[in-house]
Write a protein that binds this ligand. Structure first.
Ligand code: PLP
Length: 474
């Protein structure tokens, strides 16, 4: 046994031998000799561990060098890179939520390349504040008296609770104790901020009298939270904002709402008309609202807190704010996005454009993609290609309108010679530019709502890569 292990170990190639492989140089140039060595020693260590577990592990230099090259390739290519979203989910959190408008992208490039007026006031030649670049725009677009921005909406909620309700009580309906995206859970966020949670009512019904009964000397606020990614239907009741505002104000406490998605304008789609805009919330008496910049608003990742000036001022002086402050590239993208709203040019905001797409236009796009894909697949050895344009249901995503379905179109594809739809979608997501698809009834679906023209080309290039076809010939 011991001999067997020793023999097998002896067969493992040396580091020098591995480093003398002809393709090593390419990776040394990309990531440096030290990193190449560390990747290779990882591969060799794994091989040793395998032998210890099973001394009969067959030694195969081809396999070891293929594994080393695979790992080096992964290290040498950019990790955060373009992906194609063919799922029809407009705000796909794991794929980066909102795509930025061209104007926002240009603004980012400009402040990234140059010095800027980030915290400098050219009028007075003295220090300015980074928040000033967007505060007036937020106020203008929402009717709020004042506003402040932080890293994301989760930070906005933690900061507001901490500054206004630390060591005191916040009242919240049991119907709104939500978890969003796995790590944002209202009870835990409240605990983290130092707020004592007072839960009232039931999952489906909470009445005004439940709130009235819960108010004590210790109460700092009434908190309303958008249930975002789920809906309770049937025998339900929640108290209208106007009534909660009146109750809070009669008792000298704050009424705060975590809106989540934060729509600035109605999207135009009747299926999505249920939610109030930020201005409607503020007009109905909410003292402070928090929302995300990269959900329905269609901007960069940022969290907005907007509302009464006296409350926002208390947040400005809360120490935690310094740790949550927003980067200049984010501010540039956010300002540019808000300016599009100011101009009334919401067509230029990709998120809104994709949500409002005309079905006929999507049908045409799907037909075009089908034609291009068919032409490409006809040049392969595949003989049983099945490809169609089909109607599909798309969604907004990002926790907005979980029950609303947007009618769209997709190219539905089945390539039995390559295995199941699951197998094909795996191949597609492992391409240099990953293509993330939908699926139904063992067919892969390319929802066109979320595909730009560039994305269509990326899909075609992806198939060429998959078949290693000669690009010149196609
Ligand atoms: C999405 C969401 C959050 C978290 O926002 P992030 O921008 O992801 O930090 C918090 N509350 C609600 C209601 C949400 O929908």
């Amino acid at each position: 046994m011991k001999d067997k292990i020793q023999n097998a170990m002896r067969n493992i190639p040396s580091m020098d031998k591995m480093l003398s492989m002809p393709w090593i140089g390419r990776y040394e140039a990309e990531i440096g000799r030290g990193s190449v060595k560390s990747v290779i020693s990882g591969v060799l260590d794994d091989q040793r561990a395998k032998i210890l577990k099973d001394p009969d592990t067959a030694f195969d230099i081809e396999k070891i060098s293929a594994e080393a090259e695979k790992r080096l390739k992964r290290r040498a290519c950019k990790s955060l890179r373009t992906a194609v979203n063919a799922t029809g989910v407009v705000l796909y959190t794991n794929l980066g939520r909102a795509r930025l408008a061209k104007e926002a992208v240009e603004a980012v490039t400009e402040v990234a390349e140059n010095y800027s007026t980030l915290e400098y006031s050219p009028e007075t030649g003295s220090r300015g504040h980074r928040n000033d670049h967007v505060e007036w725009l937020i106020c203008r677009l929402t009717g709020a008296e004042a506003a402040i921005v932080v890293n994301n909406n989760a930070a906005a909620v933690i900061l507001s609770l901490g500054a206004l309700s630390k060591d005191r009580e916040a009242i919240i309906s049991r119907g709104e104790l939500v978890e969003i995206g796995g790590s944002f859970r209202i009870p835990e966020i409240m605990a983290l901020s130092g707020t004592r949670m007072v839960e009232i009512g039931t999952t489906n019904k909470t009445h005004l009298k439940d709130y009235e009964k819960a108010i004590t000397e210790q109460t700092a606020m009434i908190l309303k939270v958008h249930t975002s990614n789920f809906e309770v239907r049937g025998f339900t009741y929640s108290v209208p904002r106007e009534e909660l505002a009146a109750l809070a104000h009669a008792n000298g406490i704050v009424f705060m709402e975590d809106l989540g998605s934060g729509m600035l304008v109605k999207t135009g789609d009747p299926a999505l008309s249920g939610d109030p805009t930020v201005s409607e919330c503020i007009a109905s008496g909410v003292d402070l609202v928090t929302f995300s910049g990269d959900k329905l608003l269609g901007g960069p990742q940022i969290g907005v807190i907007a509302g009464r000036a006296e409350l926002v001022d208390r947040l400005r002086n809360y120490q935690l704010l310094r740790a949550l402050r927003v980067d200049k590239m984010t501010l540039a993208a956010f300002e540019a996005t808000l300016r599009l709203y100011l101009k009334g040019d919401t067509e230029s905001i990709p998120t809104l454009r994709m949500i409002n797409r005309d079905p006929e236009d999507m049908k045409k796009q799907a037909a075009r993609l089908k034609r291009r894909l068919s032409a490409l697949l006809a040049k392969t050895r595949l003989r049983s290609v099945s490809i169609d344009v089909v109607p599909v249901s798309d969604t907004v995503g990002g926790g907005a309108f979980p029950e609303s379905r947007l009618p769209g179109y997709a190219v539905s594809l089945k390539l039995p010679e390559l295995g199941s739809a699951g197998k094909l979608s795996e191949k597609l997501r492992q391409l240099t530019v990953p293509v993330i698809t939908g699926a139904a009834e063992d067919r892969v679906l390319f929802h066109v709502r979320t595909l730009s023209e560039k994305d269509e080309k990326r899909i075609l290039d992806g198939f060429k890569e998959m078949f290693s076809l000669d690009r010149e010939k196609l």
